[in-house]
Design a protein around this ligand. Structure first.
Ligand code: 3HC
Length: 312
């Protein structure tokens, strides 16, 4: 019976069909999705912290309103993705316990500090730009609830990327020399961590082969990274900033931009918890969880009161 179900599942995946929550799936497929979707959700929630740091210090009311909307979107994306992960039979408490205990990951990029206002535009341009590159293929992920969540999230992400790029364009075109230098400094700090977001090189990616076989990962880490670099180089030229990679050069044969070596030892350090802000980010999340306990208890008590009375 199990072999027949496995064969039917493989046939459906090979036919490009989508698997719904109630459909049979191999335990490893389910566990892979719980890992990826929950870590994606953790990334959205932790990703609110670096930007939240500048909401109270935005230079104008317009920029403050835009940043507030963006951070609120990310909170919503996180909740949306936790709900998608729960369709696989896990509870939100389990997922958050895994984050708070350091057992689950979140995107490496959020372990870097946001030092100036130009970091806000640079995060929108590069970090949300990379996130879109990585998330668009997930709209065709073989697990339907995740694919559906991605469609909605990608629509909001494009606003995130555009508002960041526009803020930088304003600083570069109408700003002072000091503001232009601020943008260049932010680009210097965010460029390499942004291209690391796509994950390790394909030949050092333990999950890629199986995730591509299952239609969870539709495009490889390196291919998405290259696509992002190709787009960002052109955008940097329009902005008038220099990307901090002297080896960047157009390869007419490959029809892609060649780039310098990525420092994977930095990536490994950040993933091991030794990035510039890992401890601060996790402590902020653990503290928020503890401080929010009374809200959760009140909401559950209220829900119990609303529950229909047991028939006597
Ligand atoms: N940060 C942290 N961990 C990373 C990572 C990164 N940038 N890139 C890879 N890893 C981890 C993987 O999770 C895996 O560890 P695990 O097995 O314990 O989970 C390990 O490094 C090896 O990487 P693989 O390439 O083998 O793993 P995957 O096949 O899972 O690929 C991935 C990694 C491309 C990040 C994939 O998991 C993915 O597409 N996830 C969904 C997208 C996502 O999480 N994006 C976060 C971007 S930030 C964001 O969306 C917020 C936005 O608003 C800015």
């Amino acid at each position: 019976e199990e072999a027949r179900l496995q064969q039917r599942f493989d046939e459906r995946i090979d036919a490009g069909e989508f698997i719904e929550a109630k459909g049979w799936m191999p335990e490893h497929y389910r566990r892979t999705l719980v890992r990826q979707i929950s870590q994606h959700a953790h990334s959205e929630i932790v990703g609110m912290l670096p930007e939240g740091n500048w909401i109270g210090r935005a230079p104008t009311l317009k920029r403050k309103a835009i940043l507030l909307a963006k951070v609120q979107d990310e909170g919503g994306h996180g909740l949306y993705l936790y709900a998608a992960a729960e369709t696989l039979g896990t509870s939100r408490d389990q997922l958050l316990e895994a984050l708070h205990s350091g057992q689950a990951k979140y995107s490496s990029i959020f372990n870097y500090p946001t030092l100036t206002w130009a970091d806000m535009g640079t995060i929108g341009w590069l970090v949300d730009g990379a996130a879109i590159m990585n998330q668009v293929p997930i709209c065709r992920c073989s697990y339907a609830p995740y694919a559906r969540a991605m469609v909605r999230i990608c629509r909001e992400e494009s606003f995130h990327q555009r508002q960041g790029y526009e803020a930088l364009l304003t600083m570069m075109q109408q700003g002072s020399d000091a503001q232009r230098a601020m943008v260049q400094d932010a680009v210097n700090r965010w460029w390499w961590p942004s291209i690391m977001m796509f994950g390790p090189p394909d030949d050092q990616s333990p999950n890629s082969a199986q995730s591509m076989r299952w239609g969870i990962k539709r495009v490889s880490n390196d291919e998405l990274r290259q696509k992002f670099i190709d787009a960002a180089v052109e955008q940097a030229q329009v902005l008038g900033v220099t990307l901090p990679d002297p080896a960047l050069r157009w390869n007419a044969e490959r029809e892609h931009w060649d780039h310098g070596p990525i420092d994977w030892s930095e990536f490994k350090r950040v993933l091991a918890g030794d990035g510039p802000c890992n401890r601060e980010r996790l402590a902020a999340r653990v503290q928020a969880w503890a401080e929010g306990a009374w809200v959760r208890e009140a909401a559950l008590a209220h829900a119990r009161k609303q529950a229909p009375k047991e028939e006597v």
